[in-house]
Ligand binder design. Structure first.
Ligand SMILES: C[S@@+](CC[C@H](N)C(=O)[O-])C[C@H]1O[C@@H](n2cnc3c(N)ncnc32)[C@H](O)[C@@H]1O
Length: 203
């Protein structure tokens, strides 16, 4: 679920979404996180809630599958990254879909869990676990509430489109149900003030 008034609807257009991501330095942040985990070529990566798939900017020679329910984002990504031959689907990631998919080395949920209720997150994590290789990694990136948060960061996190921004413990409660090892880190961005929570979950 996400907020859907006029301002938020603007963000469903790739141009405005990417602009907002650039302003918040989210593109470079996400890229740096993903690069930390993608060390090999020709691995299978699944990106659920991929948006305009701009993570592909920094990735080459990978077997990329992206799912998003926003048609404009998927069409934008198909056009911009066709040379990288990504497999892009404008669909909800579901049980039916996973039957057609290979197993993945990396599953990326960047900016997705805070859009989902606990029930939806549980359903998604069960599906992810089914398609994650035994030694694969599930990476999540979401805004987070922390104690003594910079007031501007807290305000911006509260204004996020996602209706389910959580604190660290409530994110981990979800992930630990399905994954034994959930290393995690809170990243505090000074300018523009913002707070992100990153986890790397393994079986
Ligand atoms: C904040 S955006 C993140 C986009 C991109 N991953 C990034 O990090 O910039 C969240 C995306 O999740 C998509 N989304 C929300 N619920 C979804 C669902 N159930 N299945 C697939 N995509 C979903 C939205 O359309 C949106 O593009």
């Amino acid at each position: 679920m996400q907020k859907s008034n006029f301002i938020y609807q603007i963000l469903s257009y790739p141009f405005f979404y990417i602009l907002s991501q650039k302003l918040m330095s989210s593109l470079s942040f996400n890229e740096s996180i993903v690069k930390k985990y993608v060390k090999k070529k020709f691995i299978n990566i699944l990106d659920v809630g991929c948006g305009p798939a701009d993570i592909l900017n920094g990735l080459d020679h990978i077997n990329y599958y992206g799912y998003d329910i926003n048609e404009s984002y998927i069409n934008f990504a198909k056009n911009k990254y066709k040379h990288k031959k990504p497999k892009l689907f404008c669909k909800k990631f579901s049980n039916k879909e996973i039957k057609k998919l290979p197993k993945f080395d990396i599953i990326l949920l960047s900016g997705l869990i805070h859009h989902l209720s606990d029930k939806e997150s549980n359903q998604l994590l069960i599906l992810c676990k089914k398609v994650l290789k035994k030694r694969g990694k599930l990476i999540t990136i979401d805004p987070v509430f922390i104690k003594n948060q910079n007031p501007i960061a807290r305000l911006l996190v509260q204004l996020d489109r996602g209706l389910n921004v959580r604190d660290k413990y409530n994110y981990l409660k979800l992930f630990k149900k399905y994954f034994k090892n959930c290393s995690n880190k809170i990243y505090i961005q000074k300018f523009i003030p913002y707070t992100m929570f990153v986890t790397c979950c393994k079986n």
